[in-house]
Design a protein around this ligand. Sequence first.
Ligand code: NCD
Length: 299
Amino acid sequence: MHLLTSTQLSREELLLLFEQAKTLQESKTIPQTMTGKILGTIFLEPSTRTRLSFETAMLRLGGQIISIPNAESSSLNKGETLEDTGRMISSFADIIAIRTPEKGQVAKFSTHSSVPVINAGDGTGEHPTQHLLDFYTIWKNRGTLDGLTLGLMGDNKNSRVLRGMAKMATVFDIKLIFISPDELQPDEEVLSYLKKKGREYHQVTNIGEVIDQLDVLEINRVRHEYFEDKQRALEIGKQFILNTETVRKGKAELIVLDPLPRINTVQTDVDDLPQAKYFEAVENGVFVRMALMNQLMQR
Ligand code: NCD
């Protein structure tokens, strides 16, 4: 089985995965379930956290790694197709985590892989393991994922983190508030998915209007790589910098998340507030990816 989208796991499957991640996180010695197994990481777009988190998870489970850490270092750069690359790497590795610059490319790649494939971010598509670690962090801190209001702030149009998180949220009783300028509000694909699932959502342009309503605020940078006018991306980004003053206007138990890197997102002085959970989420991500790889390899 592959993990390709943010919508393929049911509520029960998500909660089971979170329980398993928690057990791993609390165990003194990690069961070496991946001894003799190899994870292939293929990152055709820049990454710091996600690739290292996957690799750490595999190493801690007793497995090993092979890696294409960037597009330049593989024959894809010579024009080899993603399909041939998939066929070849799946004959070396037992499981693959891949990031691609275009939406849909991971799904395409997976059709040529004989081993489980995990989507580590496909262009403006989705980033399912980021959503998993964010929801796991909320679940661990709040004990539930129901009855919450989740604000998604920044580039709701291009951010795979915000797009996928909105969709994954529909399996829980979560009210969504999109906080973006009009031009970066979510597209019809996301909004029609929410309508189909009967989920409540609101759209605002300013965090100040809604900060006191939020239980969770996920913020992601304006994705300048998808802008022709980089200057414009920078200008919009500056409107969404989160400072301590705004966080303090919110609920005391507010959870602030950011997949990082923070480029005009959370100001560094927010790090010292109890609401800041983004570094905790990075730590949690290793255990979530361990639990996920265990599950995918068992099926
Ligand atoms: C995000 C990504 O690549 O989508 N980073 C991550 O995986 N932690 C967010 C981003 O690049 O802005």
